[in-house]
Design a protein around this ligand. Structure first.
Ligand SMILES: [Zn+2]
Length: 245
């Protein structure tokens, strides 16, 4: 039988080797310590690869925060921001240069594309910050409970970000099609089916219809009641009927 100290030493050795290996492989796990991978902390919790472009990045965050305050009233999420202007940065974290992402309410990542087109950084930042703000209210069960349908989550993010790349006008068949997206994990199927512009546009069009029917306060109430445990579709139907009386 080996002595406890030796066993402890082997465990420490294995864990150390594993974490060195994890740090050596490019991937999102590196966002836990972006400063180790060439990122500069340009403001508390905000990491960027091109510090000389800090002003526009911080302005985009302020813009998105203002939009979220306008909708939710207060901000609850305070995510870490990992903002890549160059492809080298993307590769460091294992990304493809195309996709903005919110990891729960803890991390918001924007790719170089966001900073290459004027104004796109604000749109994508607002979109991702909406996801973070919704998720912090919803909590970790968001990963599996599908309480709030995914089309609504994506539609709200697209609608509130004022994304000019998508149309809010879609026929009823297209709007019904996207309402079949219920969970995070089916979204890529919808994107592949009819393209991202149709998917995000139709989702936002559904949200625009709800906004016209029950207003901004209604949207917020719908979110609150659903998170508190009521059924999304039942609450929505009831609120629409109430408003139209
Ligand atoms: Zn989204």
């Amino acid at each position: 039988m080996r002595r406890p100290l030796q066993i402890l030493a082997s465990i420490v050795f294995v864990l150390t080797t594993m974490s060195i290996a994890a740090a050596a492989i490019p991937g999102p796990q590196r966002m836990l310590a972006p400063q180790l991978y060439g990122m500069t902390e340009i403001a508390p919790g905000v990491y960027a690869d091109r510090p000389e472009r800090s002003d526009e990045k911080l302005a985009a965050i302020r813009y998105a925060e203002e939009k979220m305050r306008g909708f939710f009233g207060t901000l609850k999420a305070s995510p870490r921001y990992v903002l890549c202007s160059e492809m080298g940065c993307e590769k460091t974290f294992g990304f493809n240069g195309n996709t903005a992402q919110a990891f729960g309410w803890q991390i918001v990542h924007l790719p170089p594309r966001a900073f290459a087109e004027r104004g796109l950084d604000r749109i994508l930042m607002t979109h991702e910050l909406f996801h973070a703000e919704l998720l912090v209210r919803w909590g970790p069960t968001a990963l599996w409970d599908e309480k709030i349908p995914n089309w609504f989550n994506e539609g709200m993010a697209s609608y509130l970000s004022g994304d000019h790349r998508i149309s809010l006008f879609h026929d009823e068949e297209t709007k019904a099609w996207i309402r079949k997206s219920r969970g995070f994990y089916d979204w890529s199927t919808f994107l592949a089916d009819r393209g991202w512009k149709r998917a995000y546009g139709a989702a936002a069009a559904n949200v625009a219809d709800i906004d016209h029917a029950i207003g901004k306060d209604g949207l917020l109430t719908l979110i609150d009641r659903t998170i508190a445990g009521e059924d999304f579709d039942t609450v929505l139907t009831e609120m629409k009927a109430h408003r139209s009386r």
